[in-house]
Design a protein around this ligand. Structure first.
Ligand SMILES: [Zn+2]
Length: 371
């Protein structure tokens, strides 16, 4: 199984280096526009022919390095091709904020520095890697293409890395159902053990952000709007950080339950989350955080060679894990309890849901095997 990830390096260029990066960015954009115009006017379809038509100009007049000139030709040809298949063949491709692409060797990471080939020669730029990405710098990941990106808060390199890992074993010795919610961000159970991750701290922090936002919204000045945007970014960084930590906890829990565990998650992409979580509007705004957490768990599980399966979330919190009876009044929202109207089975509501999720995962696998 081939895994692909994108990692972010925050670059710390000197002023002089930043100016060179800026020039490189600009030359790349102009080169794309030029190549696009030539392709359009001469009706050139293939990257190979476009290369013959513009390569020298890209090198001599725009000053591009060889590899970047090749990428420009490929990008223009591919863009025209996709425009054609999207039913827009008569137009010329425009590139508003293109990101220069570097292949490995045109950039390398060595001795804590990024060595990168630019218009101004090879630069050596210090960089910073956020903790969740550090593991990709070792552990046998292969570096692929990288994009240079300029954001409001500086320069970044988005690096694509890949690694081939064995398929996870299909012979499970533990099935872990993961329920996501507000009171407990995660309830994971294996049938024998349970992991509860409380949502209290996250809730408090979010409430603080909500209050801050409300104050600023009332003000409505321009500086208040700027601060609002900054707060939104800080809030999403906080949530992303928290989700990384929770995902790691879930993986560790799964690994402690068996040598070949299976993690079962609810497929939240297809459902209306506001129904699933009965969220108030302010929580609905955070629905991305639930999906992000599921995605983080999936990614980290893949890297740890743990199998993951997604199941239909419909009615998981109202179904009895013992007898399978499904009724909305089985679950008391107020007391977070589950009590089966049919067989009388009782337990914590989130725990019941996580057991049902685990059962659905095991069932889905049985069906896929017998098919
Ligand atoms: Zn029951």
């Amino acid at each position: 199984m081939e895994l692909t990830r994108t990692i972010l390096l925050k670059l710390q260029p000197t002023e002089e280096q930043a100016a060179i990066l800026e020039r490189t960015m600009d030359a790349n954009r102009r080169a794309l526009d030029y190549a696009s115009q030539v392709a359009f006017e001469r009706r050139i379809r293939s990257a190979f022919q476009l290369h013959r038509a513009v390569y020298r100009t890209l090198r001599l007049e725009f000053g591009l390095r060889s590899q970047m000139a090749c990428t420009v030709c490929r990008t223009v040809a591919a863009t025209h091709k996709s425009m054609k298949s999207n039913g827009n063949p008569g137009a010329q491709a425009r590139f508003k904020h293109p990101k220069p692409v570097f292949q490995w060797n045109n950039y390398v990471l060595r001795g804590g520095l990024l060595h990168i080939s630019t218009l101004g020669g090879r630069l050596r730029i210090p960089y910073h890697v956020q903790p969740p990405y550090v593991r990709y710098l070792h552990d046998g990941w292969t570096f692929g293409a990288a994009e240079l990106v300029k954001k409001r808060n500086g320069w970044f390199l988005h690096v694509s890395v890949s690694k081939t890992v064995p398929e996870p074993s299909q012979d499970f010795d533990a099935v872990i159902g993961v329920d996501q919610g507000m009171r407990f961000l995660v309830t994971a159970s294996s049938g024998r053990k349970v992991l509860f991750i409380r949502g209290g701290r996250v809730k408090q922090t979010r409430l603080r952000y909500i209050r801050l936002r409300q104050q600023l919204q009332r003000k409505g000045t321009r500086s208040a709007k700027r601060r609002l945007a900054a707060i939104g970014r800080r809030e999403s960084r906080f949530m992303t950080d928290t989700n990384h930590k929770i995902a790691r906890q879930v993986i560790r829990f799964a690994q402690a339950q068996g040598k070949r565990p299976l993690i079962v998650l609810e497929d939240l992409t297809s459902t209306n989350l506001s129904v699933r979580f009965r969220l108030k509007e302010r929580y609905w705004r955070m629905s991305w955080a639930f999906r992000q957490l599921a995605e983080f768990i999936r990614c980290k599980a893949e890297e740890a060679e743990i199998a993951v399966v997604f199941v239909d979330p419909a009615g998981t919190s109202e179904t009895c894990p013992r007898c399978g009876h499904c009724e909305s009044t089985n679950r008391s929202q107020k007391h977070h309890r589950f009590r089966c109207k049919e067989c009388g089975y009782q337990c914590n509501g989130d725990l019941a849901a996580s057991r049902v999720i685990a059962q659905r995962g095991a069932e889905a696998l049985r069906q896929s095997r017998s098919a």
